[in-house]
Design a protein around this ligand. Structure first.
Ligand code: ASP
Length: 581
């Protein structure tokens, strides 16, 4: 038998037991007559004791062990003289009577400790060693628990988990597809799913009614901290429902997760329409852990002769509470921040509301004290506050001020990782103007239904048509999104037409769906959550990498298995792929 117990379970109630443990050597300490070894497995750490006087050869053997050797020991559970209250096994140790090295180990390239000395790239290369460290392993344990709770909740609600194919056809969902050449069909390619969208809709046509899947999705996009080429969605679809049913059911799922996994009562998830999210936060995923809502000033600032304001479509600002004492240097820093090329603002106007009640702005030349007072009033500013204003084209200036608001939130410590502010953003626009291609795109995807009352605007003001589409946002991160779908062939065809598809193209790309809609498609809708992001929020991490067992680096490479890689000429030939090099 390799072990009678794990390294995390023995305690004072086990005194006197003869046990066998197996695991990895965490560290060893030689104290003359005694040698102590910490043996570690997934469950914890147990201290082993070897006594030179009692068994010199056994103790010599223990002294030869290095970090990460795999060992098996037998011995008796005894009480420690020097207890360690920080670990569950800290009251006991094993007085070892037999030691076996199951496998020696090379010295690992970085410390297998909570705080390691290994850089990112090195840890990715030896990911199997990194996964031995508590913080990384704990993230995967958390991920597992969350997946189980999700399955429990959805199963209780009569959802069926159905697997959909991974080798499918390229579908336009906003991102680039990963493609796989088909050997048996020369010159043709499968695509990996960006999501199982059309399949889950077809399952509704099949009568499955409530579907979910915890499923890998693939998008060939430029990578960022919260993006990986392959990632996992909690993908869901329901029939015979309305938006309200979906919001309630999945709000329930998120609440269930918070309460069972984190012991947090999330309370009711507030809702905000997209137009308000943009107006008050400049973002469709506002971080509502803090206020600092935008205040628009057009009617107070126009016509005073200050060209930046006079020429701007929108003058809008935030109140940074308590920041009036900011030094000139600090304000300059903020100006530099918004002028960075990534943000691209031309400048920042400030109004200090000093403790003594006096007002000082960077545009005193153009505005008198009464005017400045009126500004302070609309911001509900108090002495000690600092008002920051920006001006420009509406969409652009909102985006820029959103960045500044988030920066101020960070500077003021208002973005606490242990605080959770969920929010439904609803009533998204159906279409989004694409400057580059001078045409409209579906903002969510082409299967999203317009709000019935807005359909008549499709021809005249397509940009104003709202969709039955919704996102779940937590702490400024989009965690999930979905929509009520179109389920009539005529409306779906109209939609394709508005997205610039000819009837032939629509039939070629989506004929299977349009056909299915003629065989009794029920009203349906759904949502998909980014599982990796959800786990990373629960874990208090910024990156989704550390909640994945084997993630890729920023260039989309797996540096451990060294992928992607070239393939042999024979393979290429077999796949009918001609290379130009
Ligand atoms: N398939 C969509 C997505 O991946 C989610 C949905 O509409 O259910 O964003």
């Amino acid at each position: 038998m390799h072990r009678t117990h794990t390294c995390g379970e023995l305690n004072i109630n086990d005194l006197g037991k003869e046990v066998t443990l197996a695991g990895w050597v965490q560290k060893s300490r030689d104290l003359g007559g005694m040698t102590f070894i910490d043996v570690r497995d997934r469950y914890g750490i147990t201290q082993l004791l070897f006594n030179m006087d009692e068994d010199p050869s056994l103790c010599e053997g223990a002294r030869k062990l290095s970090r990460e050797f795999v060992i098996k020991v037998s011995g008796k559970v005894v009480e420690r003289t020097n207890k360690n209250p920080k670990i569950p096994t800290g009251d006991i140790e094993i007085k070892v009577s037999a030691l076996e090295v199951l496998n020696p180990a090379k010295l690992p390239p970085f410390l297998i400790e909570d705080e390691t000395d290994g850089g990112d790239e090195l840890r990715m290369r030896y990911r199997y060693l990194d996964l031995r460290r508590n913080p990384v392993r704990n993230n995967l344990i958390l991920r597992h628990k969350m997946a189980q709770e999700i399955r429990k909740y959805l199963d209780n609600q009569d959802f069926l988990e159905v697997e959909t194919p991974v080798l499918i056809k390229s579908t336009p969902e906003g991102a680039r597809d990963f493609v796989v050449p088909s050997r048996m069909n020369p010159g043709e390619f499968y695509a990996l799913p960006q999501s199982p969208q059309t399949f889950k809709q077809l399952l509704m046509v099949s009568g499955f009614d409530r579907y979910f899947q915890i499923v890998k999705c693939f998008r060939d996009e430029d990578l960022r901290a919260d993006r990986q080429p392959e990632f996992t969605q909690i993908d869901c679809e329901m029939a015979f429902i309305e938006q309200e049913d979906i919001l309630n059911l999945f709000e329930g799922m998120i609440r269930h997760l918070f309460s069972t996994v984190k012991g947090i009562d999330l309370g009711e998830v507030p809702r905000m329409v997209y137009a308000d999210a943009m107006k008050y936060y400049g973002s469709d995923k506002p971080d509502t852990r803090f206020g600092m809502r935008f205040v628009e000033l057009n009617n107070l600032v126009k016509g005073a002769g200050f060209p930046v304001f006079d020429n701007a479509e929108l003058v809008v600002g935030i109140n940074a509470k308590g920041c009036a004492p900011y030094t000139r240097k600090q304000v300059d820093e903020l100006t530099d921040f918004v002028k960075r090329p990534q943000i691209g603002a031309t400048g920042l106007v400030y109004l200090r509301y000093n403790q003594d009640g006096s007002l000082k702005s960077s545009v005193d030349k153009f505005f008198n004290e009464d005017q400045l007072k009126a500004w302070a009033a609309v911001f509900e500013a108090e002495p000690g506050d600092l008002i920051l204003l920006m001006a420009g084209p509406t969409d652009k200036v909102r985006k820029q001020l959103n960045e500044l608001r988030l920066e101020m939130g960070t500077r003021l410590g208002l973005r606490d990782k242990n605080k959770f502010a969920p929010l439904w953003v609803i009533d998204f626009p159906l279409l989004e103007w694409d400057e580059e291609h001078a045409r409209y795109h579906a903002m969510h995807h082409p299967f999203t239904s317009p709000k019935p009352e807005d359909i008549e605007l499709l021809d005249s003001k397509p940009g104003e048509v709202r969709a039955n589409a919704y996102d779940l946002v937590i702490n400024g991160t989009e965690i999930g999104g979905g929509s009520i779908r179109i389920f009539e062939k005529s409306l779906q065809s109209l939609m394709f037409k508005h997205l610039g598809f000819s009837p032939e193209e629509a039939q070629k790309q989506f004929g299977f769906l349009l056909d299915a809609f003629e065989y009794g498609a029920p009203p349906h809708g759904g949502i998909a959550f980014g599982f990796d992001r959800l786990v990373s929020i629960f874990a208090g991490l910024d990156s989704i990498r550390d909640v994945m067992a084997f993630p890729k680096n920023n260039s989309g490479r797996d540096v451990m298995i060294d992928s992607p890689a070239t393939i042999s000429d024979d393979q290429l030939k077999e796949l009918n792929i001609k290379t130009t090099v």
